[in-house]
Design a binder for this molecule. Structure first.
Ligand SMILES: Nc1ncnc2c1ncn2[C@@H]1O[C@H](COP(=O)(O)OP(=O)(O)OP(=O)(O)O)[C@@H](O)[C@H]1O
Ligand SMILES: [Mg+2]
Length: 263
């Protein structure tokens, strides 16, 4: 059935509350006097504990949407509501406080400091949060253990594989105990095994109650989520629940079997 953007049925939060909400969010960038409408009156409700994937072609507004709901930037018009609180009128300091407390970010390019240990990278958000030295160290270690890197604490970013670097980035996002993790193409730079490992960690975190929004180009990656939102030209054009969601553990077993058979 063809559905226009205006009549698009939206997935609603039935059993849980709305944790993150975009209301009529538009974002217009002005570049050399040319206006780019990156988002056009987007309405989105992310349910608490949900794992949501955002798909869409390059330039459709996915990262812009993440920046808006992640409070990294403000909409041109419209409102963003985090855990029931409209953040539109908050000062930059108040916004940063909500962001640091509630939201963790994972990016395609890891964004780790080079020539800096995994532990120091993970401690960074805690320094900003004013956590004491001793407490920082133990929190960072616990976070790295959570992503299976308890044996790589002292390794520099450059001494880690891409998949391990992304896991450090996830540990860094988790160390402040956010209730929401936003991941923009977290598997985009990874080989398939590392990508599956990252999806496995994200699914694990989701099982532990963390709300996850993940941007991806890859339909196979999106099917790890329970819901997929499709964007086109700054609008959400489709919103669906995933049937037979992929479990990363199953894919890992399949990959192991394939590699064994190939030997
Ligand atoms: N800071 C900016 N200044 C001007 N235009 C921007 C800026 N950021 C994004 N845009 C424009 O807004 C539109 C949406 O960009 P966005 O980065 O959200 O797309 P995307 O869906 O994440 O694409 P990709 O899949 O390539 O990452 C694009 O046309 C882009 O050129
Ligand atoms: Mg993007």
């Amino acid at each position: 059935m063809e559905e226009s953007a205006a009549t698009q049925a939206r997935v609603e939060c039935v059993e849980s509350r709305v944790v993150l909400e975009a209301r009529q969010v538009s974002k217009c960038y002005e570049l050399d006097e040319i206006e780019v409408h990156a988002l056009r009156e987007v309405d989105l409700e992310v349910c608490e504990g949900q794992m949501l994937a955002v798909m869409g072609p390059s330039g459709s507004g996915k990262s812009t949407l993440m920046h808006m709901i992640g409070l990294l930037d403000r909409p041109t018009t419209g409102n963003v509501v985090v855990e029931g609180v409209d953040v539109s009128r908050m000062s930059p300091n108040e916004l940063a406080a909500v962001r640091n407390k509630r939201i963790g970010f994972v990016f395609q390019s890891f964004n780790l400091l080079p020539r800096t240990s995994a532990q120091a990278n993970v401690e960074l958000p805690l320094i900003y949060a004013g956590v004491s030295l001793l407490k920082r160290a133990s929190m960072a270690r616990a976070s790295l253990e959570r992503v299976g890197l308890g044996d790589r604490l002292g390794h520099y970013s450059s001494q880690l594989s891409g998949g391990q670097q992304q896991r450090v980035a996830i540990a860094r996002a988790l160390v402040t105990a956010p209730s929401i993790v936003l991941a923009d193409e977290p598997t985009g730079n990874l080989d398939s095994r590392s990508g599956i490992e990252v999806m496995s960690i994200l699914q694990d975190l989701n099982r532990q109650g963390i709300t996850i929004v993940i941007v991806t180009h890859d339909d196979g990656v999106a099917r790890h989520a329970e819901r997929v939102v499709h964007m086109l030209d700054g609008r959400i054009v489709h919103d669906e629940l995933v049937e037979n969601r992929t479990l990363a553990e199953d894919r890992m077993r399949e990959l192991d079997a394939e590699e064994e058979a190939a030997q």
